[in-house]
Design a protein around this ligand. Structure first.
Ligand code: KG4
Ligand code: ZN
Length: 364
């Protein structure tokens, strides 16, 4: 069912909005007021459930979302001082992601929408990351983060440079040709015995390492455009580990490997984003970083440097809003609702749902 443009809903929003996130391994709910102020947010990571398997197990994820969502929603509505009856709308991530979790979250949201006769907004998870920077608590006022801007989205499943022209209007400038940046962090983290997910632990380990001791390749560096490649880096890390004497890695060696790997990823991201900024020069002057990998301080510092060298301002949300959360889902729901974009209750979740397919009919 296509997105419905509901003229009645393009009026100012009359009350708070509930957002639900369940596309991967975070179960999250949030309530925002009609202006986008965060009234309450809650998140349960499923890290403990999936860690023994070294990655997300889709069936376990779906069951865990189902077990936790009712109490999370109860918790955020209570802390926001509202009941479901007070809501103006309900939004849920409907893709892309793991189909089981998407079904759980969106069916839950639809149930609330039906019971309380509310508009339902099916949110694209990538759009939620893309619009987070416009949240009033970050932007001050959405007008301060005006379209168009450049988005670097680097998460466990995605690495993309995207021109954000408006709500629902995206042009992908570049993407990974193999692994996502977060996936590379996770795989190298596993090699270094850091457990899963590897990103945050690898960053901590790298802080005590020498990035020059092991030199890693910089895939795509200097290449035209802004595509990425990370799988060669993972192979290089595996080879470096294989060359070492068998047995547990000495702590300093592990730290040096982590620092070398992180420096390579940082250089690659900085270079590809520099190209992307040049592709948008004259039309945009804001670089927004989003996704879990954008929580990495070394990467943020490098982005800050290249942004200012290209005459761009960097806006990188705090870590809690870079990694998956429901505030971004509620906010994307609000942005769509303001434009009168609501969805039918028969909207089917989409495990694959590219950003550039979102442009609403008649608004391109
Ligand atoms: O956006 P996100 O929470 O979920 C997805 O949509 O994928 O991103 C999770 C990814 C994981 O691969 C994780 O290892 C990585 O982001 N990550 C980090 C850091 N924090 C999370 N990577 C590098 N440094 C970090 N501090
Ligand atoms: Zn995400």
């Amino acid at each position: 069912m296509p997105t419905l443009v509901n003229p009645a809903a393009s009026n100012p929003i009359s009350g708070p909005i509930l957002g639900i996130e369940s596309s991967c391994d975070e179960t999250a709910a949030a309530v925002l007021d009609a202006d986008g102020g965060v009234l309450a947010e809650a998140l349960l990571s499923q890290q403990r459930e999936h860690a023994p398997f070294g990655g997300v197990v889709p069936e376990i994820a779906a069951r865990t979302h189902l077990a936790h969502l009712p109490s999370l929603v109860q918790d955020v509505t209570a802390r926001a001082g509202i009941t479901l009856r007070d809501l103006a709308a309900v939004a849920a991530t409907a893709g892309p992601g793991l189909i089981g979790g998407l079904i759980v979250g969106s069916q839950f949201a639809k149930g609330i929408a039906i019971a309380h006769r509310l508009p339902f907004v099916a949110v694209n998870h990538l759009e939620a990351h893309a619009l987070t920077a416009r949240l009033p608590e970050l932007a001050g006022d959405a007008a301060a983060v005006a379209f168009p801007y450049l988005l670097l989205l680097v998460s466990g499943g995605h690495s993309q440079c995207v021109a954000v022209d408006g709500v629902g209007r995206y042009r992908r400038l570049g993407t990974t040709v193999d692994d996502a940046a977060g996936e590379a962090f996770d795989k190298v983290g596993k090699l270094l015995g850091l457990g899963w997910p590897g990103g945050p632990a690898l960053e901590r380990l790298a802080a005590g390492g020498d990035p020059r001791r092991y030199s890693f390749p910089r895939p795509m560096l200097g290449r035209e455009g802004c595509d990425f490649s990370f799988s060669g880096l993972k192979t290089a890390a595996a080879q470096a580990v294989a060359r070492l004497p068998q047995g547990a890695l000495p702590a300093q060696t592990a730290a040096d490997l982590a620092a070398g790997f992180q420096a390579a990823v940082t250089d690659v991201l900085a270079n590809r984003v520099t190209h992307a900024m040049r592709m948008m020069r004259g039309t945009a002057s804001l670089l927004v970083a989003a996704g879990g990998v954008a929580a990495n301080q070394a990467i943020r510092a490098a982005l800050e440097r290249v942004a200012s060298a290209e005459g761009f301002r960097l806006l990188a949300p705090p870590a809690r809003l870079c990694t998956d959360n429901a505030v971004m889902v509620a906010w994307a729901g609000l942005e769509r609702l303001r434009l009168g974009l609501v969805d039918g209750i028969d909207f089917a979740p989409r495990p694959r749902w590219p950003l550039d397919s979102l442009t609403p009919q008649g608004t391109a």
